[in-house]
Write a protein that binds this ligand. Sequence first.
Ligand SMILES: [Cu+2]
Length: 293
Amino acid sequence: MATKIALIVCLCMLIGVIESHTVMTNIVINNQARTDCLRPTYPDYDANTQMGAQWPISSADFLQNGLTSGNYTCGFLPFANQPAQAKCNVAAGSTVGVSYYHGAYGTEDPVLDQWIARSHKGPFIVYMARSDTGTGNVWFKIYQSGKTQESTNFNNVKWASADTLIENNGRFYFPIPSDLAPGNYLLRTEIIAHHDTRLYGAQPYVRCVELTISGDGSANPSLTGVAIPGTWDENDAGIRYNIYNDFTSPYPFPGPAVYEVGTGPTTEGASMGAAGVQSVVVGLMAFLLMISF
Ligand SMILES: [Cu+2]
């Protein structure tokens, strides 16, 4: 009996180790943590598939779902293309947070590693798309953070993940562009953990949130957006980056440049700005003057 119990305990610990990565668990808007506008993901642990919510969408030991699969858009299918229970209202220009959870798994520090294991070094990147599905050339990057402290000593180099995330008690904060046209958007968060470069370069942790943006902006950067997947793959320099060998060189972020407020294309047929209305009125008056002579 004692050996049976010992065996069960041992198996549970093994499952814990297998599952020990991280997952985004909520979005913090106006100091309120919301879970209802997150796209679904795996249940915490699925015994049938031996998969869990905390799995990266690809890794050295999970090759079949790479950065060219539909899983890369918002996370594991079929979960991640199911609608969220609700959309979260966010004012353009406001700062939001997202939280991660790991649990006291494995042999690393159970307190400090409750959000993510400290080994999981890499960037944190956020995209948005004015889209319900995230398919097509719709994604634009709104935020990225790579190395947060440079050093020629590996032990003193800090990364957004896991160093800054752990320092911030499991949360990243970033601003929503202030000039976005109001409407429904997907927000896509991605941690790319670079601790395991053996086969596949990286472990991306991806999840999407459904937002309704409010404000009086008119920018629609999705008009010049990129496809995810499809714009880069597992051979991208930012995926292949080796944190142990390359840490003194700049981190080459995958994907496009971060969207700069004020530079975006505006929504076709969107409300005309005051200057636009003025020029139409002036033009019409000139035309009436012309035909009256
Ligand atoms: Cu991991």
